[in-house]
Structures are given as C-alpha cells and as structure tokens.
Design a binder for this molecule. Structure first.
Ligand code: PFF
Length: 448
C-alpha cells in the first residue's frame, strides 16, 4: 500500500498509547526497588519533584517537537534546525532505546516465565523462602530465560511490524483500567497484613538523613525512565497526532497516571515487605519475591496473581512497543514493507545484544562492569546517564530553536493555556531543567 502517515484514531487513543509507553516496568517493578535501595520516603519525595518540575515540562517539549513537525525522531530535529547537528538528539534517543529494550526484555521474559509457572500450578502454596528460592532458580536458568526474553521480543516485533496505532490502540482501552482495579485489591490485602504500617512509613515518611547524591541521581533517572522522556519516543508518538490536540492536558494526564501507578505499586509492596520481614533493598528481585507471597495469602490468590501478571505483561509490552517503534520509524519512513523488515532486523539485534543481560543473573553473574552486573550496568548507563543527557539536550534545544510565539501557539491549540502558565512552563524548561540536570551530574562526579 506504499506510504501512509500513521495517525491515532482519537485523542484517547494517543493518551493511552503515550501512557502505555510511560507506564510499564518503571512504575511497577523498578520504582519500588529503587525506592527500597535509595532511602524510601525521601526518594519518593524527590522523585515526585523531578517528575512534576522537570519531567512534565520536558514531556511537553517533546510533544511540541513531534506534533509541530509530524516527523520521526531524526527528521523532526532536522526540520526545526536544518543544516545543524541537533538531530544527534534523536540518534542518541534511538541508541538509548535500543540498549533499553535489550535489558527491558529480560524482565519481560521473567514475567512470561511467572505466568507460565502460575498457570501450571508452580506458584501456589510455597513458603516465603520457597518463593525466593524458586525465583533465583528460574532467573538463573540460561535456556529458559533466554527463550522467554526471545518470546517477549517476538510479541513486540509482531505488533510493531503491523504499525503501532493498529496494534496498541484496541487492547489499551481495557487493560489500563483493569490494572488499576487489581492494584486496589492487592493494596487492600497488603495494608491489612500485620506490621503493614512500618512499610507505609518507610515509603511515605521522608527521612532526610538518608538523602545522598546517589538518591538524587536515581530519583532523576527514575522520573525520566518512568515518563519515557529524553529519548524522543514522545516526539515520535506525538508526530501521529492531529493538529488540534490539547497537549498540556495530555501531558498532565500521562504524568498523573504514571505517578499514580508508582504510588500504588509502593503501597502494594512495602507493607508486605515489612510484614514478612524481607529487606526493602533486595534490588530487582523485590517485586517477584514479594507479590507471589502476598497473593498466596488471599482466597483465589493464584487467579489474582495470574491476572496481575497478565496486566503487568501488557503494561510492559506497551512500553516495549514504543521502544522498538522509535528505532524502526526513522528507517521505515511510512513504508509498510520496510516497517516489517526493519522491525524484524532491529528486534533480533536487540535480542542478541540483550542476552548477556539475561545471563548476568546466572552463568555470567561473576562478570562486573564498574562494580555492577551486566544488567545493572546497562540500566545505569541508560537511566542515569543517557536519558538525563538526552533530556538536557532537549531542554536546551526547544527554547533555542523554537520561538516563544511558536511554542505558545503549539501549546494553545485545542487548549486555553494562560500566558502565566505558559511562562512557568517555559522557565522550567529553559532554566530549571538544564541547571538541575547539570547540577546532579556534577554532584555525582564529585565536582561540586
Ligand atoms: N517508561 C517505561 C517504563 O517506565 O517502564 C520505560 C521506557 C519506555 C523508557 C520507553 C523510555 C522509553 F522511551
């Protein structure tokens, strides 16, 4: 059928897809464990500040780049700043997403393994120790984990090769609300466990004695990760938007949804962690160790657990689609055959690059890079270096290359944003975001 410009069928479809990209492992799996290792309440507080004061303005910046040009992550920068090197931002975003998906799919694979175990009866009736042994055993099995990672990427490739707007839209409408409902059930159970309040106070009461440079770096990385900003994914998604879309409203919806899911995940996990006497700083294994134990203590627990895992898988897949989409879109350029071909080629390359991350929980666990496992090093590189760097460049690019009038026009299409709010947004993007990001980098490097 040749070239076709993708378009979302409705406003809701865009919000759901962009929220689908944002909400995934970041809010559900990563947020609780990073909060657990980085100081609990104080981390949560700083994470909220970063999300609202830096992440939200950046998200709007990306929306403007995408919607005003209607182009992919490279062409959009070329159109706004012709004959310059600013398209490097898009290229950096693509490389970042490539690496990100390579380790993201590892956890996608873990979810698939747990769904399989749940359905075949392997997740019922174990002790706390039993669950944690089972998990270690599962993720250190090289054949199983690599196969599961492949399967996760296979789903992603198939959907992206058909075009995201067709692939994602339909399912999204039902899955998001369902995810919220199951979280509520889980939280009710978790809060009614003995000792739950200790977990709540760890999660919600900031202890400033635990505040370190690392806490701030991780909170910043987590806020960008959880909003999918800094890598031009939101540029690509908003390029499929009609001109009259209300951008501020969409951005606020996405930020609120993402914060809400992180909050719900914390409420579900920390009471249980403390009630069972587990360690909140267990790291990436936290969710997989804790949740089966909580579900096991509920009537029809296995059914709920499987439902949760399916929704969790869905949330993870919708983020994975956006990650592969941004890599494929610039080379497919609207050609359906090329889209198919490159979805497969890039998807398979990402699979190969991701294998060492998978194996770093088993046969390659002895290999460390900068004192981190291969998986953790890849995550650190993406979340705490590349995403903040991309965000910094976007925060510099938008006010430099787009006039205030253009920006105001873009933001006021379909919305009635006041001049005052516009100025606040502009200041946050132009001054606060770059200064804060540079400050955090310098602080962590020990330069200030
Ligand atoms: N926001 C996703 C999550 O929190 O799971 C991860 C992500 C997706 C980051 C897409 C960046 C991105 F471009």
């Amino acid at each position: 059928m040749g070239n076709k410009v993708e378009q979302w069928s409705s406003k809701l479809a865009f919000i759901l897809a962009a929220a689908g990209s944002a909400i995934g492992l970041g809010a559900i799996w990563k947020f609780p464990y990073v909060a657990g290792t980085s100081g609990g309440g104080v981390f949560f507080l700083i994470f909220i500040l970063f999300t609202v004061l830096v992440g939200l303005p950046l998200l709007l910046g990306e929306f403007i780049i995408g919607r005003s040009t209607q182009k992919d992550a490279i062409q959009s920068y070329k159109q706004i700043a012709p004959n310059s090197s600013w398209h490097i931002i898009g290229r950096l975003g693509i490389v970042t997403c490539f690496i990100l998906l390579s380790f993201y799919s590892v956890i996608g694979g873990w979810i698939l393994i747990y769904i399989f175990k749940g359905i075949t009866g392997g997740l019922s009736g174990l002790t706390e120790q039993g669950y944690s042994d089972l998990f270690v055993q599962s993720i250190s099995n090289p054949g199983l984990t690599v196969f599961a990672q492949f399967l996760f990427l296979l789903f992603t490739i198939v959907v992206v090769s058909k075009g995201v707007s067709n692939g994602i839209e339909k399912a999204n409408r039902f899955m998001m609300p369902a995810l919220f409902i199951i979280f509520i059930v889980l939280i009710i159970r978790s809060l009614s466990l003995d000792g739950a309040m200790e977990g709540i106070s760890f999660f919600l009461k900031p202890d400033f004695a635990k505040l370190t440079s690392e806490t701030i770096l991780y909170a910043m990385g987590q806020s960008f990760f959880a909003l999918s900003v800094g890598v031009s994914v939101m540029v690509t998604y908003s390029s499929y938007l009609p001109k009259n879309e209300n951008l501020p409203q969409s951005a606020i919806s996405i930020v609120s949804l993402s914060l809400m899911v992180a909050f719900l995940a914390g409420l579900a996990i920390f009471p249980a962690v403390f009630s069972f006497g587990l360690e909140p700083d267990a790291g990436p294994v936290l969710l997989f160790n804790v949740l089966p134990t909580v579900f096991n203590q509920m009537p029809f627990g296995v059914v709920f657990l499987i439902a949760f895992l399916l929704l969790f898988l869905f949330a993870t897949l919708t983020s994975a689609f956006s990650l592969l989409e941004i890599v494929v879109a610039p080379v497919a350029k609207g050609d359906e055959l090329k889209r198919k071909k490159f979805s497969w080629i890039f998807g398979l390359c990402i699979f190969i690059v991701g294998i060492p991350s998978t194996l770093s929980y088993g046969v390659l666990s002895h290999i460390t890079l900068f004192d981190k496992s291969i998986f953790d090093a890849a995550d650190f590189l993406v979340s705490n270096i590349l995403m903040p760097l991309g965000s910094l460049l976007i925060a510099i690019f938008v006010p430099l290359k787009l006039s205030k009038e253009t920006l105001f026009n873009e933001l006021s299409q379909g919305s009635s944003i006041s001049k005052k709010l516009f100025v606040i947004w502009y200041m946050l993007l132009k001054y606060v975001a770059p200064v804060v990001i540079i400050f955090v980098f310098l602080d962590v490097l020990g330069i200030i």
